[in-house]
Ligand binder design. Sequence first.
Ligand code: HEM
Ligand code: HEM
Length: 259
Amino acid sequence: MSSPELLSDFGAVDAGAAAAPGVRGGTRRFLLWDLPLRVFHWSLAASVTTAIVTGELGGSWMAWHGRAGLAVVGLLVFRAVWGVVGSTTSRFAQFAPSPAGVVAYLRGRWRGIGHNPLGALSVFALLGLLSLQAATGLFGNDDIAFAGPLNHLVADSAGLRATGWHRLLADGLFVLLALHLLAVAFHVIVKRHRLIRPMITGRQDAPAGKPMPSAPRAGSAFGLLVAVALAAAGVLALLGAGETPVAAKTHTAAPAPAW
Ligand code: HEM
Ligand code: HEM
């Protein structure tokens, strides 16, 4: 089973000839980002934004911070699998940047579809930093009433260190996110590249005569199932690991004296 809309059937890209389906007025329209990747991107943007806002607000918002953070964990697990079994432009191996690729791109000699070599660097940096951010959050606590679901598994000192890293990494994340948004704005406003629409509709226009670098392939439906199942299993396991409110933890560790 391979639904073109869902899994990005790039067949029309290679058709090339003017009579090919998807050819309109000298341009070919093809599916650049498959639906799972687009759903991933906007869900990630929403949950990371929620996590940042609720993390900064603190207090009673921390319960929502935990939920948003777990959503980020699930999305990252999904992306890790989809990066192996997804459609061509979603695969890590397809856009893994090399120094030669970055140089070619900077000299205007890069020809390809999907993430360009420089953009790919920021994609890996964002995904990597978000993974560290989520991982440290799982072991952290806010010293008031909220603890990550894995906080009770580690010594207090390790939990404190994880929390410290979590705060520090958040600052790095702000920088990367600002760069991400500035880069998108630069491409859209200055270079007049239509980047945002493909991340919404999936579709991109290319000049009909433009040679396509390789024959893109659709993602695997079974792979999609596995990616969603693993993401859900990861989130459920963390939910099951349970939150140990710091207040409760302190009570059991140091019972109040009887006198
Ligand atoms: C917290 C907010 C956001 C996060 C965490 C985020 C993260 C990401 C990530 C990880 C990718 C790579 C996609 C992949 O996995 O292959 C990406 C790509 C992209 N993002 Fe965002 N994003 C955010 C907000 C936005 C916003 C607000 C816009 C547009 C207004 C945007 C536009 C794009 C575009 C156009 C791409 C594709 C870039 C390309 O063509 O190579 N993002 N984003
Ligand atoms: C990638 C997703 C996440 C982002 C972007 C994020 C971001 C933030 C931010 C901005 C803060 C405030 C830091 C400060 O006070 O300076 C914070 C605090 C916190 N986050 Fe997250 N977080 C994420 C995931 C998680 C997860 C999954 C958990 C655990 C379930 C978690 C647990 C905590 C805790 C316990 C604090 C309080 C630390 C303190 O006392 O300052 N976070 N987070």
